[in-house]
Design a protein. Structure first.
Length: 337
């Protein structure tokens, strides 16, 4: 009986609290002026806009089955699969030394070469086991000695490459192929890699990244700048992707820093007043240089004029004549270890 009595008292108190809260809310709504309601609505919209677009990254999509992510901050590399599986590999990246050591470059690259054994002539003909090159003379590899094992997953110790254990790099070597994307960052990149949705992603409406050229380099730099200032979605609302087995050479693309995003992203403007897919200054280049940009550019009068101008330039261009016995310059690329 006492338990039932206490339960009834508790329910009564709860009911009184609920009625009082509802009356308070009704009184506040009655006393609230239209100006206050409009101001609160604007504040809520600003908060929603900030939460939706403030911390986005510039995503480069991968239609393939895997890519490698190298985090220099944690000294670990992760092989990521489309089905969610991962392979974690402790690494030791590059550091600046007096004998030519450099920091491991950050950016988005792709695997360019593979060989079971490579030789670094720059550093005493050192054998680099299970070489996986992704940025010229920078790549994954192991060494015959064991002294570097104590640095794996802890701190940088190489001359620029990504050192891994012999067993780990052999496993990685057997899992990846040439053309697989590689992203190297310092823990907080503004540009990331992500797998495409095979059912929804339309490559015909996205821009395919290829080898770095002057125009593609400017495009990616401008894209990061717009991300930092909050204009990326409003002015360049199209997707990027890396085609299957495409080797991104030379140099790759910058990943930036997410801490540089100083303003929330503006929402996309309406279709009727939509900005062009690319900044105006890119339209000043001859259309012959755009290649696969045509599926993104709007059919404006400026583009048509540039196309006609480019066609006339190509038709009038003459084949260059080279003199005999012209001296050639040979560049010897040496791998860092």
């Amino acid at each position: 009986m006492k338990t039932l009595f206490h339960l009834c008292i508790a329910l009564g108190i709860t009911g009184l609290v609920f009625v009082y809260s509802q009356l308070s809310i009704h009184a506040d709504s009655v006393s609230q002026s239209p100006q206050d309601s409009t101001w609160k609505r604007e504040q809520l919209l600003r908060i929603a806009n900030h939460l939706d677009f403030a911390r986005i990254c510039d995503t480069v999509y991968v239609p393939g089955e895997r890519f490698i992510e190298v985090n220099l901050a944690t000294q670990h590399a992760t092989l990521r699969y489309r089905n969610g599986d991962t392979v974690l590999v402790p690494i030791s990246s590059g550091r600046i030394t007096n004998d030519g050591g450099i920091l491991t470059p950050t950016g988005i690259f792709s695997i360019q070469s593979k060989t079971r054994e490579a030789i670094s002539r720059q550093f005493g003909n050192t054998k680099m086991l299970w070489w996986i090159g992704f940025n010229y003379n920078v790549g994954f590899h192991g060494l015959e000695v064991n002294s570097y094992y104590r640095h794996l997953g802890i701190r940088p110790s190489s001359h620029g490459c990504v050192r891994t254990g012999r067993e780990a790099v052999e496993n990685l070597y057997k899992r990846v192929s040439e053309g697989d994307p590689v992203i190297v960052h310092e823990g907080n990149p503004a540009r990331i890699l992500a797998f495409t949705d095979t059912m929804r992603f339309d490559t015909n409406k996205a821009f395919a990244l290829g080898s770095r050229t002057k125009i593609t380099g400017k495009l990616m730099e401008e894209r990061l700048r717009l991300l930092y200032t909050g204009e990326r979605i409003a002015r360049q609302n199209f997707s990027l992707y890396i085609p299957l087995a495409k080797q991104l050479r030379p140099g790759g693309y910058a990943v930036g820093c997410r801490d540089s995003v100083t303003a929330p992203q503006q929402r996309p403007i309406t279709i009727a007043e939509r900005a062009i897919a690319f900044p105006q200054d890119y339209l000043q280049h001859p259309a012959a240089l755009w290649r696969n940009y045509a599926d993104i550019r709007p059919p404006t009068k400026t583009v048509q004029e540039n196309t006609e101008k480019a066609d006339s330039i190509v038709s009038e261009r003459k084949t260059p004549v080279f003199k005999k016995n012209t001296p050639r310059t040979t560049i010897n690329v040496r791998s860092a270890r």
